[in-house]
Structures are given as C-alpha cells and as structure tokens.
Write a protein of this length. Structure first.
Length: 256
C-alpha cells in the first residue's frame, strides 16, 4: 500500500541518519536526502549512497552552498556564524522533490527509530504541525521557539513556508518587508522565525502565543523506540538508553 508520507533528511551527509533509513523505508513513499555537493563522503556513506541510488524510493539532492565560502562572500548576515540559511536552502531544495501529502523533515546527524508513532500523531489532526520536543522552549521566555530538529506536517504547508523563508533571505526581504526575520536586529532564534513562517503559510496571526501553541504541537521524542539527537553547539548527544533528552513541561502545555 502506498504511503502518504515522504521523509526528508536534510544536512551534511552523515552515517547516523543514513544507516537508519533502510529499516524504515517501508513507511514512506519517497525518501529525499538533501545535502551539500562539497560534503566529505566516507567509505561507509559512499556505500550507503550507492545502495540508495539503485532504489527508486530514494532521491538524492546535491546542492551548492548558498554562498562562496572560498571568497568569503556571504550576503546573508547572521549573528554568531548562524547556519540558518544553510538549513533553509537544503530543506527548501529537498521539499521541491517531495510529492506525498505529508512530509517528515529530519536532521541528517540524528536518528529516530519507529517514525510510525510520529506519523500517527500527525494523522490525529493533520492540519497541525508536530514538532519533536528537543529544544521546544518555554514561550513566555522564548516566543515561538519550536523544535526544528524533527517535524512533520502537510507537504504543501511546508513548501509554502519554506518558499517564504527562502525568499526572505535570498532577496533580503527582511530589511523592510519582514523585519522580524532580521536576526541582526531582532535576535529572534531561527526556530522562532521558522515557526512564524509556518503560521504565515496558513495566513494565521504570527505574534500570538495562543495561536502558536494551538498550531505547533510538541511531541516527546522518548516515545520513539530509540533515537540519537544532538545539541551540536553544546557538544551533547542524547540517546534514549544512555543519555535521554528530558523535555520541558511548562505552563500547562501537554507534551505527547
């Protein structure tokens, strides 16, 4: 039976995610791997890519970096060396290849076992966005700070949101049209900017905490059979069996 879900694995090629795909490929209509053409390819990753290329279920998208690193020409100003535009670009390019009704977006340096439970949660109310609760933060302190490591929604909504996001930065529309997305001025987190675009894609109020909490729902990653999740900047790896991620339960928000 054909699945209504595609899986988008986004980011530099990493065996953590790639080695986990085969056992869950039956859950998806298509698996899109969106990475950078300049990625280092280890022998392990190269072997996996060869297997994926012989399987019509997989599509591999190799993109150029969004700016010329060698000549230090970065037209997209972000504080502290943010890689937000990298994530926007590779996700946007990958979403263009997604054709099913729903899509799960997953970071390439992470792994989540039994994604079926995540899909089932979305299907309870498929007009919402389901976000893994890793770094889903208290809205009174961090407005609209969803978890952007793992999320799922209708593909059409994700495509619309990322089209908005990409144009905001590629065309520098954050200067006048979307000042809240100008990180050097507002210092909003990438997660908060993404959440606003996901609301904007549905023509909803983007500054309302109530609307945010009604539309973007946190999901406890400990409900997965196993997982590897990462806080790169903190150098911390979360694993269900050895170092589980402890979600934040706050302000009456139900994590499920």
């Amino acid at each position: 039976m054909k699945s209504d879900f595609d899986l988008l694995v986004q980011g530099p090629l990493d065996p953590i995610s790639l080695s986990s795909l085969e056992k869950q490929e039956h859950l998806f209509n298509k698996i899109v791997i969106s990475h950078w053409a300049c990625d280092n390819v280890s022998p392990e990753v190269d072997l996996l890519l060869q297997q994926f290329r012989s399987n019509p279920k997989y599509e591999i998208i190799s993109s150029l970096l969004p700016y010329d690193k060698q000549n230090n020409m970065d037209p997209h100003p972000f504080p502290g060396g943010s890689t937000f535009f990298y994530s926007i670009t590779s996700t946007f390019n990958g979403l263009k290849k997604c054709t099913s009704k729903y899509c799960i977006k997953m970071r390439s340096d992470e792994m989540y076992d039994n994604l079926q439970v995540f899909m089932d949660r979305l299907l309870k109310d498929d007009d919402k966005i389901i976000s893994g609760n890793i770094f889903f933060k208290c809205p009174s302190k961090y407005p609209h700070h969803m978890g952007d490591h793992l999320f799922t929604a209708k593909t059409a909504r994700l495509k619309k949101a990322y089209k908005i996001l990409y144009s905001i930065y590629d065309e520098k529309r954050f200067v006048d049209e979307f000042p809240w997305a100008y990180q050097m001025v507002t210092w909003l987190s990438p997660e908060s900017i993404l959440a606003r675009c996901l609301l904007l894609a549905k023509e909803m109020e983007i500054d309302s905490t109530e609307v945010f909490l009604q539309e973007i729902l946190p999901f406890d990653i400990n409900l997965f059979g196993d997982y590897i999740a990462q806080w790169k900047h903190g150098g911390i790896i979360f694993k269900k069996k050895s170092n589980p991620f402890v979600g934040w339960y706050f302000e009456g928000i139900k994590i499920e």
